[in-house]
Write a new protein. Structure first.
Length: 140
């Protein structure tokens, strides 16, 4: 497998932003571009243009954490906050439109310690037009 040049990193939680971005930096080739994306997922009844200053601020904080990590690796980095009713669909649109080579997503552990394959990760992994790397955080 050739090393990816366009990498989308889906950053949902602050706690995992550095870890997922670091992973992207390690698998990316010299000259690669990272697209750090946070999707603000809203209920279907909420308009996408609703005023959500707290969620916007949190999204930017998460992206800044990833951006700091990426800067150390000297890879080109772009950030993007999306609003959507379906995070999976929004991520797939970005993967297709930007011709991404690799998507990196995280998923979490359930109550009993098993890895839980979330609906967004499952949706993206099943329909992505590129390779998908899923990262499972360590059990605490």
């Amino acid at each position: 497998m050739k090393r990816p040049k366009q990498i989308l990193v889906a950053l949902k939680e602050y706690e995992h932003a550095v870890e997922l971005t670091d992973l992207a930096c390690r698998v990316g080739t010299r000259g690669a571009t990272l697209l750090l994306v946070n999707v603000i997922e809203l209920p279907d009844v909420t308009p996408l243009d609703a005023e959500l200053p707290e969620l916007e601020a949190l999204a930017k904080k998460i992206l800044r954490a990833g951006e700091r990590m990426a800067r150390r690796s000297r890879l080109k980095t772009k950030t993007l906050v999306l609003r959507a009713h379906s995070a999976g669909a929004a991520l797939l649109d970005e993967l297709k439109e930007r011709k991404i080579d690799l998507a990196i997503l995280g998923y979490h552990h359930g109550r009993l310690g098993e890895a839980v394959f979330g609906s967004t990760a499952r949706h993206v992994a099943a329909q992505a037009p590129c390779r998908v790397l899923l990262s499972i955080p360590r059990l605490k």
